[in-house]
Design a binder for this molecule. Structure first.
Ligand SMILES: Nc1ncnc2c1ncn2[C@@H]1O[C@H](COP(=O)(O)OP(=O)(O)OP(=O)(O)O)[C@@H](O)[C@H]1O
Ligand SMILES: O=C(O)[C@@H](O)C(=O)CO
Length: 424
């Protein structure tokens, strides 16, 4: 197996978003959890997305893990590696996008790296280096209240420059629309000035096709699923991939179904409110979780009484005010970590009670759950919503099971029902 494309994703939901995009564009793709062990039997694929949980950890660790993944992918023939970050550029001034990019660029030997979180299908666009989420700049979007990486600056040239050791430039839309040659020549000018990374504007998929074609001249790029789409289209145009890339992940598994929500995004809060109309919903008490009281036992007892009757949803999610109050009482990291681990405990308990169809909302939450369940990888099935596919576990100790890992902001208002409708 010689990979046409290697990818390193900084969280698990982001990885499944990218795996979904690549599959739909025609690349046979597998998502692995961490760098795969040699024991994991991988099907014949064009792309591997190695999922890390490196978005909000110490920068030094994120760098080491990303370099290990890069080494593994390059060892399987990947000439180009995409470092997949969030389409809302989730990071802090300490990293981790800049430090990981710097390290991977050093290893790749590239003079300059293209960077764009644009993903027009989910309304993330970049213009003059500024990231827009729908109609508003990033710093006016709900991301300003993110529990772990609040985003207060929409100018990505500035944001990345604060995190990176290299100088950061811009390739603006007026250059992108003139096509690959114009972008190449602008990048050469930037590189000649010692600029090692360029934020590149993209508003439409067509812009991403231009970017993908140019990115393939290099060994590394950084971005969200949009640049993944551009890269995949360029690779398919060059004769890689297959037309029915997602078919192997579609056989039904059956069994009880459950949803877990740890995301506190506005989208997830709305989705939980809508789910209340059609399934049993338990709202966890976050204070009781953080202070170590028996909230997990209570949740599992509640679930056991209902799970054979139909799908259930268990949520820790709260409004921004409530999140801020909890964080001020217990500290941001301690609260986040305790709740993630509680979600993982609950997921484990649900599987012991027979659940084989599991939906998880929130990137960090999904990471904690999938790690605890020890699932080594996924094949990509049908798309539930933009950026969220049905995933079929590969090599799981419980055998056949399907999951959906939803990025906090993704999915329509009835996401939980939409997911379960496709998870048979
Ligand atoms: N009620 C709560 N109060 C404070 N923190 C919470 C609460 N519920 C969940 N959390 C924590 O908030 C964080 C949510 O992050 P997570 O990545 O799961 O969701 P998200 O950021 O909305 O999703 P994504 O990263 O995919 O955009 C986790 O660390 C989670 O444990
Ligand atoms: O790019 C996105 O927005 C998502 O795939 C993600 O990474 C959110 O956690």
């Amino acid at each position: 197996m010689k990979l046409a494309l290697g990818c390193i994703a900084d969280d698990y939901t982001g990885a499944s978003d990218l795996a979904n995009t690549l599959t739909r564009a025609g690349l046979r793709t597998v998502q692995t959890i961490g760098v795969p062990s040699d024991k994991l039997e991988l099907p014949d694929v064009d792309a591997v997305v190695v999922s890390l949980k490196s978005r909000s950890i110490e920068a030094r660790l994120a760098v080491t893990r990303s370099r290990d993944a890069d080494k593994w992918l390059r060892g399987r023939g990947a000439e180009h590696v995409l470092f997949k970050i969030c389409s809302t550029f989730d990071s802090t001034d300490a990293g981790n996008i800049g430090p990981v990019m710097d390290a991977l660029r050093g290893d790749s030997g590239d003079k300059i790296v293209l960077v764009t979180p644009a993903f027009p299908e989910t309304k993330r666009t970049v213009y003059q280096g500024n990231l827009f989420v729908g109609p508003v700049p990033l710093n006016e979007s709900p991301l300003k209240d993110h529990p772990l990486n609040p985003m207060h600056d929409s100018n990505l040239v500035r944001v990345l420059a604060r995190q990176s050791k290299t100088k950061v430039g811009l390739v603006d839309l007026s250059t992108v629309v003139r096509g690959p040659e114009a972008v190449r020549s602008h990048l050469a000018d930037l590189a000649a000035k010692g600029i090692g990374a360029a934020i590149i504007d993209a508003v439409f998929d067509l812009d991403l096709e231009t970017i993908g074609a140019v990115a393939l001249d290099h060994r590394l790029s950084v971005g969200a699923s949009g640049i993944g789409l551009g890269l995949a289209r360029a690779l398919v145009a060059a004769g890689k991939g297959e037309t029915d890339a997602g078919r192997s992940a579609q056989a039904p598994v059956g069994g009880p179904a459950a949803c877990l929500a740890g995301s506190c995004s506005q989208a997830t809060l709305q989705q939980i409110a809508n789910a209340e109309e059609s399934m049993a919903v338990l709202h966890l008490d976050p204070d009781r979780i953080v202070t170590g009281q028996d909230e997990i036992k209570r949740a599992l007892a509640w679930a056991a009484q209902r799970i054979t009757e139909g799908p259930i949803l268990i949520a820790s999610s709260s409004t921004p005010d409530q999140v801020a109050a909890l964080q001020s009482r217990h500290g941001r990291d301690a609260a986040g970590h305790a709740i993630e681990q509680a979600m993982a405990d609950i997921a484990e308990g649900l599987l012991q009670r027979g659940v084989r169809r599991l939906v998880v909302a929130g990137g960090e939450t999904s990471g904690a759950v999938v790690d605890r369940l020890g699932i080594p990888g996924f094949l990509v099935g049908p798309e539930i919503a933009a950026g969220v596919p049905v995933l079929r576990a590969v090599g799981a100790r419980e055998g056949e099971m399907v999951l959906a890992l939803k990025s906090g902001n993704f999915g329509g208002p009835r996401f939980f029902n939409d997911a379960l409708d496709l998870m048979h």
